[in-house]
Design a protein around this ligand. Sequence first.
Ligand code: NAD
Length: 260
Amino acid sequence: MLKGKVAIVTGSTSGIGLGIAIELARLGADIVLNGLGDAKDIEETRSGIQRDHGVRVIYDNADMSKGDSVRELITATVETFRRVDILVNNAGIQFTAPVDEFPVAKWDAILAINLSAAFHGIAAAVPQMKRQGWGRIINIASAHGLVASPHKVAYVAAKHGVVGLTKVIGLETAGSGVTCNAVCPGWVRTPLVEKQIGDIAAEKHISQEDATKELLAEKQPSLQFVSPAQLGGTVAFLCSPAADQITGTAISVDGGWTAR
Ligand code: NAD
């Protein structure tokens, strides 16, 4: 389905981004991996996806906290592949604290990586996608792009920003063959959430298992985690012809979180 297409997935060395990169590779797209991590592990991931799916996979270490680096990631991709078809803005970080204790540096970092990186990537990619007459921009927002929770002021502000950004880009690209949508996952068991499970366990003096149950019970009516592979499937759907007229919207994949 995606043979000949080139997909950039930011923050794809781990978790959701990796699940999305694998699914797009499985469908035949060439992949630009990005994210932090151990060089040897990243090379194993890169060569593994290339071998398993017979597509070209390259790694770019662009730092998503720096606007210039994000823009260079797009430029470098176009130089290497002569095109960019799919941009998945997925890199993200989390930090929790009440607003009056929230470190300014954490606010700045979360806004930069979770929101501004998507702006810079989109700004650099849209002209190329419009020239091609086809493009898919998919922003990984969150249930926290639609509703709030305490102690997540920067994350919730950034993710609501991502949903707003998505609407504007949907309007600016309408009819051009380019679409822009947000995906809003509920809880997905990745390193980002493992840390929050650990925090609950420590705070309440309960086991990891009980903390996991509490985390799900508080927000996610299905009481089941969303998987990175399922989110890969959602992104693949948004890249399919069935989704040609879906733009500027947010799709929840959250086990019912935002239904109540
Ligand atoms: P994760 O920690 O497993 O992965 C985050 C990825 O972002 C990693 O590849 C990491 O290296 C990369 N990254 C972090 N800082 C970076 C930087 N400065 N430059 C480049 N890459 C950087 O987390 P995840 O849970 O897979 O999260 C992926 C996205 O999904 C995030 O935007 C997150 O907010 C969102 N999300 C996660 C959940 C969840 O429950 N896990 C729910 C909703 C939304």
